[in-house]
Design a binder for this molecule. Structure first.
Ligand SMILES: *Cc1c(COP(=O)(O)O)cnc(C)c1O
Length: 381
């Protein structure tokens, strides 16, 4: 089955009870049993829900895995992965990563004796040097946020496998349409379904996809034992969002490419970060492991001040000033004061996250309107 068919049919059948073409929302907390312990495979809705199961089967297809496991948010999904570890175990993670992922490792898991080391994963030597006998998990995020570096997933897998280390890839920025880490040897794929999978900025959810039976069992155990499960209604929304995933991401990528080229030639703009540029340092890796270059674009300004960035951010009309990404609508954000405000300025500057850095999540609007919108905001400087 090709991707454009999987999004619509993968793991899904018309409802066996009624023939409903769309997966029904099974809004129930419990299920009738014929006799004690005699039931149709559903006992209690934290443990199993048919709407959630349909979504989990569909996600397994999209990532070429065998099992999907859904959670109430992307971070709840990540939390389940970290719960596979024991006190004394260590994590090696991408340094330029989602702020909430950093917070979960640093502020929560460190207290339980699981230490994390953050390295520049675009440099495999740094990763190799950070892996020791306590390392149990490699946490990879690519493309990175907000600098849009690309990490070589196959290379990370080869470094980890030599040491028996589990590899998890946060595939949120790419979406399964652009990149399938399990095919490259990763053990676990994470999605914040809040972003491209849901795609309409109307739901918060997370998912893990694996292709190993034992790992799947451990994660289903955690899903039920910890209980951070999504609602059937939210599962329905994500199932519906996924049906147009390929169309949305294809259009968003095409728009992003035009926009990256436009901002790059604008006289007020200094650096543009976009893996689709041939002179992007990891362009060749992106080309080898992704189907297109994504719909995120970051850039900074010649006059590198908060004030100029704020001027641009407050002068766009179609680009809405907001956190998050991956919806049909275009968003604009200022990492230094929004998503990455908790990182000390010197640390930010070291990775190129300057005061004026602006991050775009390009949506599926008409690209000419988006370019005109940015042109107006930039030319006002
Ligand atoms: C948003 C996001 C998360 C967290 O997901 P939530 O659904 O907000 O909990 C994790 N990783 C990345 C890359 C994200 O963009």
């Amino acid at each position: 089955m090709k991707f454009g068919t999987k999004v619509i049919h993968g793991g899904l059948e018309p409802d066996p009870l009624t023939g409903a073409v769309m997966t029904p929302i099974y809004q129930t907390s419990t299920y009738a049993q014929e006799a004690p312990g005699k039931h149709k495979g559903f006992e209690y809705a934290r443990t199993q829900n048919p709407t959630r199961s349909a979504l989990e089967r569909n996600l397994a297809h999209l990532e070429n895995g065998t099992h999907g496991v859904c959670f109430a948010s992307g971070l709840a999904a990540m939390d389940a992965v970290l719960r596979l570890l024991n006190p004394g175990d260590e994590i090696v993670a991408t340094n330029d990563l989602y702020g909430g992922s950093y917070r979960l490792m640093r502020r929560i898991y460190e207290r339980f004796g699981v230490a994390s080391h953050f390295v520049d994963m675009s440099n495999p030597d740094e990763v190799a040097a950070a892996i020791n006998e306590k390392t149990k998990l490699l946490w990879v995020e690519t493309p990175t946020n907000p600098m849009l570096k690309v990490v070589d997933i196959r290379k990370m897998v080869s470094l980890a496998k030599a040491k028996g280390v589990l590899v998890a890839v946060d595939n949120t920025f790419a979406s399964p349409y652009l990149q399938n880490p399990l095919d490259m040897g990763a053990d676990i794929v994470l999605h914040s379904a809040t972003k491209y999978l849901g795609g309409h900025s109307d739901v918060v959810m997370g998912a893990l996809i694996v292709k190993d039976e034992t790992l799947a069992e451990s994660l289903y155990f955690l899903q039920n034992a910890v209980g951070a499960v999504p609602s059937p209604n939210d599962c329905f929304l994500v199932l519906r969002g996924i049906k147009t995933l390929h169309l949305r991401v294809e259009r968003a990528c095409a728009n992003a490419k035009r926009i990256a080229e436009f901002v790059r030639q604008h006289p007020t703009v200094r650096n543009v970060y976009f893996p689709g540029f041939e002179d992007h340092p990891q362009h060749a890796i992106a080309k080898a492991q992704m189907r297109d270059f994504g719909a995120m674009v970051s850039f900074d300004l010649h006059r590198d001040t908060f004030e100029d960035a704020v001027k641009v951010l407050s002068n766009t009309h179609y680009f809405t000033l907001a956190e998050s990404l991956g919806g049909v609508e275009s968003l604009i954000g200022h990492p230094a004061s929004m998503t990455h405000a908790s990182i000390p300025r010197e640390d930010r500057l070291k990775v190129g996250l300057t005061d004026s850095l602006i991050r775009l999540s390009v949506g599926v609007e008409d690209v000419d309107d988006l370019i005109e919108d940015l042109d107006k905001a930039l030319s006002a400087l």
